[in-house]
Design a protein around this ligand. Sequence first.
Ligand code: ZN
Length: 322
Amino acid sequence: MNFLKNPQALPPMNTLSILANFRTASVALVLFSAIGMSACSDSSNDSTPAPTVTTRASGITVSVQNTSGITVHTLTAPESVFANSTHLIETENSLVAIDTQFLLPNAVDMRAYADEIGKPIDRVFITHDHPDHFLGSEAFNDRPVYALQEVADLIEANGDAEIAEKQGDFGVDNIASTFVIPQVVAPGTLEIDGITYLFEKIVDAEAATQLVIRIPNHGVVVTGDLVYSGVHLILAGGIEPWTTALETVAAVSGYPVVLPGHGAPADASVYNANIQWLATAQQLLDTVDNAEDFKQGLIDAFPNLGMSAAIDFVTPLLFPSN
Ligand SMILES: [Zn+2]
């Protein structure tokens, strides 16, 4: 992908504290916002029809697929602003929204798209506490919003600070002024509009606490940031526990439709792709001593992945002496 040719162009930020909360990532990505979305639909699945893919005026890519009678809409932001993927599960009478985009214009466009479908949003789920997943909740503040207890607690504790900081970085037009403190969904089973949902808690992977949502009768699993699809991973968590979490989620068969936290909808092959990426990152950490070789090693190993700027977000932490 042509999205980042010049890592030196990354902004000089107070990198360590920033990276811990995704902040340099945000700033760096928006600096490259002139570059558009690179298509990264890798969801080749022989047993289900390919998603219909369109692009909205906002730059959001919309992938629509029908799976055993429900319609799944995935809205993916341009790679220049994280390639955040948010999802709308359309059933007979209503919608369920999963994550709410990062930038306010994208969240508003996601809400507009949902309203265009013409069915009420029954509720919204937030998969984890990173700002690129919950700051768009302002656009859904008239609907019930849910998250795991730990995630709701972190959003409540850090939301105001995230808004102040992100408005400083991106401007008040691009970052919401409010957010929704989620109600709590417990791990377990819930029926919504006649459809069974399973809620699972994964800890210590890309995020400290991650909600995974399965729709078992329709073969759909929503992984949040356990999975990146078609783009380089942002190495925000430990390689070993993240790999274990991927193996755990992948071990449950019967879910050919995998909806990631970043990038295009995928199939179950994406787990191994992510595991391979993490293994390669570990090999490089064991063998190289600088950020440039680390990044180039990942680009060489995975030439088809987009958003190589994701690697730059973490190299200051991995190679602090460079
Ligand atoms: Zn994310």
